[in-house]
Each structure stands twice: as structure tokens, then as C-alpha cells.
Design a protein around this ligand. Structure first.
Ligand code: 3DD
Length: 425
């Protein structure tokens, strides 16, 4: 482990060159964020401000970090999952002078040690994916909140928890709900999670998906993306749900819908994408087919009850990277990927650069807005705030432009018609 007090702690600084090549790969596929970097670098809007982030250290996150820095920010960073850091990218960031504390395969103590280092000097804004940083500030260093202008939250479950905190009046500073921007959730959560989850499953198992009974627990944006991509690969997709409207959508999308108790008996591959705990439990593992593959793509590692699985098992061993075999008392074998942590980042590289481009354009604009409002003396309410809808359209417009796609515009007559209430048809 390479460590320099107050600067970085990464697995191996000698990985920096290969990490830099990965970052360059991502830069070439994140045109919206690179356009923002180009547009704002001269003005240095973040000069004098420190942004602390706690978000998966991937080649795409590196592009966001270096965009903040190119626009004047001091940046300190840790990963938001013990198994999602790409060590080569972390090394490249450390070598480039970014204050980063992150490596693949941390234990819980190391995970929180890294977060603590990123707030050794108070940040002006915080950037989260799953709220671990903002919770650390609130629960352990509330005195820092007076320095903090605001924050942002990248993921669904993080936003849910922060909204609950705000409702209880416990939020100490304003937070932008980046996850709830359409150019984030309707692209990253759907298309990103759809592809990256299959990527993780295939890297950890290399199984054929066509013809397999592919069970997706949860038909929200993420689950719908996974189901859509699995169907595209020829799998027989089964969906389990607790929300009637989501179950109805899955049915009308041509998926089979049934309770997990039934799906557990026939499934070949299982993916949880619910944000809920104990979705697949001992009672489900024990009836699964021999050779069943089980994984989770939700943010937290609570969706598979591996404690109950271990209690049902006589033996366990790692059979290939990110793939652990459990031998049950009934002799059957079950394979759990990435130890139940989010398989797309723990066993693969997360979402493709092209969708993270828009998610991170929202992150950039969220922090720019926080700084600009602060400098204008505009105090935001200590609650969870949605980004403006027009920002979504602007990010989508730039994205289309970079893809060489032109669209129509309303004529003046059509614009008038849209708000005309003088007559019916
Ligand atoms: N997430 C998925 N892929 C990612 C990547 N390539 N870089 C950074 C973060 C990445 C997690 C996000 O999808 C986040 O939006 C979430 O957890 O919802």
C-alpha cells in the first residue's frame, strides 16, 4: 500500500500509468463533461473551494474529479463501497496530485478511515453516493456543517434516506438530489445498470444467459434496465415485486411475475435491485436449483441474507474472482457473486462512460450552482433539492449534439397553441 500523509493512500502507485490510460478512455466517451470542463476552466469558478467526494473510484469518476480540479477546486476523495475502487485509477489520481484514499477490498474500519481523511480539512461541499460521507459529517463531525455550503447525492437509496432526514429536520445543509435528475435516473439507472450488471455477472461466471430463467427482484429503474438487457440476451426473465404498479409494468413488458418463493425454485440466475434488505433469504436459498447464481446490484449489501445462507451451508470456497460457492446441507451448490455487494462495480467497471457522462454533468452543475448561489449570498434551505428541469434538457441537448443527432423545434404557432385555451379541438 502506498501512503503519503495528507495526500493519498492507494494500493500501488506503480499502477498509475495503466490507470491514466483508463481515464483517457473515459474522457473520450464523456463529451458533455469534457465540454463543461472546457467551458468553465478559464473562469476557475471553484477556486478557493474544497469539494470532498465519497463515490465509487472508477475511470468515469476520475474524469469528474479532474474536471472539478481543472475548474479550480481542491478535491479530496474516498470510495463509497469497499469493493468498487479500481486500483489503477486510484493510483493515477494520486500520481496526478489528487488527495485520494481508496483501494479495492477494504474492511469496514479502513472504509471509514478513508472518509475521515477526506474531511481532515473541512470541505465547502460534499458529494455522496449512498450518503456515507454526509452521515459521517452529521453523526461524528456536526461542527463541520457550518463550513459546508451544500452537498449532492448520486443514488436512489441515498436520496431516500436524506429526504427522510430532511423531513425530520435533521439535515444540517442543503443537498441536491442528483439521482432524481431525469438525465441521471432515466439513463444511468436504466441503461447503465442494465448493461453493467450483466457485465459483472458475465465477468464473474461467463455463463450463457440465453434460455436461462433470469430472476430480477425489483422492477424500479435499475431492475427494469437489468430485465430489459437480460431479455435482449435471450433469457427468460422473471420479476418479483412488492409494488402493484411496478409488477403490472413488468407484466405488460412481457416479463413473468411471481413471488420469490416460487421464483426461487425455478431460477438459474438471480439479481436483486430493490434497495430493501433480506430480499433473498434462507427459505429461498434452500429451494434453489443446484448451480444457481445469485447476486445483488443495489447500492448496499443487504439484499441477500448471506448469514442465513452460511447457516445452511456445510462448506464455502472462492471458485473464481468475485464468485463464491456455497455447498448446502442438501448437497446443492449456490454461487454468490461479489459477496452480495453491487455486482456491476465489484465484479466489473460500473456503468459505461457514456451514461456516467450525463450523471456527472449533473454533479458538476449541482456543485457549481451551490458555489454560485453562495457567492450571490443566496441561502438555500437545509433540505433535499431537485435540480432544475431545464438543466436536464440542456444536458440532453448537449449530449445529442455530441452524438450528431438533430431534433425538431416548435414553430411560433405551435408554441402559441401549446398554451392556447380559447377553444377545444
Ligand atoms: N455507478 C455505476 N457505475 C459507475 C461508474 N462507472 N462510475 C461511478 C459511479 C458509478 C454508480 C452510479 O450509478 C450511481 O448513480 C448510483 O449508485 O446510483
Amino acid at each position: 500500500m502506498d501512503y503519503k500523509e495528507g495526500a493519498y493512500k492507494v494500493r500501488d502507485l506503480s499502477l498509475a500509468d495503466s490507470g491514466r490510460k483508463r481515464i483517457e478512455w473515459a474522457e473520450s466517451r464523456m463529451p458533455v463533461l469534457m465540454k463543461l470542463r472546457q467551458e468553465y476552466a478559464a473562469a476557475q469558478p471553484f477556486k478557493g473551494y474544497k469539494i470532498t467526494g465519497c463515490l465509487h473510484v472508477t475511470k468515469e469518476t476520475a474524469v469528474l474529479i479532474e474536471t472539478f480540479r481543472a475548474c479550480g477546486a481542491e478535491v479530496a476523495w474516498s470510495g463509497c463501497n469497499p469493493l468498487s475502487t479500481n486500483d489503477e485509477v486510484a493510483a493515477a489520481l494520486a500520481a496526478a496530485g489528487i488527495e485520494i484514499y481508496a483501494w479495492y477490498g477494504q474492511n469496514t474500519e479502513e472504509f471509514y478511515w478513508c472518509i475521515e481523511r477526506t474531511i481532515d480539512t473541512p470541505p465547502h461541499t460534499t458529494l455522496d453516493d449512498g450518503a456515507d460521507l454526509i452521515f459521517t459529517v452529521h453523526h461524528k463531525h456536526p461542527e463541520l456543517a457550518e463550513h459546508i455550503i451544500g452537498g449532492s447525492e448520486e443514488t436512489t437509496t441515498g436520496v431516500h434516506r436524506l429526504r427522510a432526514m430532511a423531513a425530520d429536520g435533521k439535515l444540517l445543509y442543503p443537498v441536491f438530489a442528483v439521482n432524481d435528475a431525469e438525465t441521471k435516473w432515466d439513463f444511468d439507472n436504466v441503461y447503465g445498470t442494465g448493461q453493467s450488471t450483466l457485465d459483472g455477472i458475465l465477468r464473474a461466471s461467463s455463463v450463457l444467459l440465453a434460455g436461462k430463467n433470469f430472476v430480477v427482484a425489483g422492477y424500479g429503474h435499475c431492475g427494469r434496465g437489468v430485465a430489459m438487457r437480460a431479455k435482449g440476451m435471450g433469457a427468460n426473465v422473471i420479476v418479483t415485486e412488492v409494488k402493484p404498479t411496478a409488477a403490472l409494468k413488468a407484466t405488460l413488458d412481457g416479463m413473468r411475475v411471481m413471488p420469490m418463493a416460487e421464483a426461487a425454485r425455478i431460477g438459474d440466475i438471480f439479481v436483486t435491485a430493490t434497495g430493501m434488505k433480506d430480499v433473498i433469504r434462507g427459505e429461498h436459498f434452500v429451494v434453489m436449483k443446484d448451480g444457481a447464481i445469485v447476486c445483488n446490484t443495489g447500492h448496499y449489501d443487504v439484499e441477500l441474507n448471506l448469514k442465513e445462507l452460511a447457516e445452511l451451508s456445510t462448506d464455502t470456497r472462492v471458485v473464481r474472482p468475485d464468485n463464491r460457492e456455497y455447498t448446502l446441507e442438501n448437497g446443492k451448490k449456490i454461487f454468490v457473486l461479489a459477496d452480495g455487494r453491487l455486482v456491476n462495480l465489484a465484479a466489473a467497471e460500473g456503468h459505461p462512460s457514456e451514461v456516467m457522462d450525463m450523471s456527472f454533468a449533473n454533479q458538476f452543475m449541482a456543485h457549481l450552482t451551490l458555489i454560485q448561489k453562495h457567492e450571490a449570498g443566496e441561502k438555500l434551505e437545509n433540505t433535499v433539492i431537485d435540480l432544475p428541469e431545464e438543466l436536464d434538457q440542456e444536458i440532453a441537448r448537449i449530449k445529442l449534439e455530441t452524438m450528431g443527432i438533430a431534433i425538431d423545434a416548435l414553430t411560433p404557432e405551435q408554441q402559441a397553441y401549446a398554451t392556447d385555451y380559447s377553444a377545444g379541438t
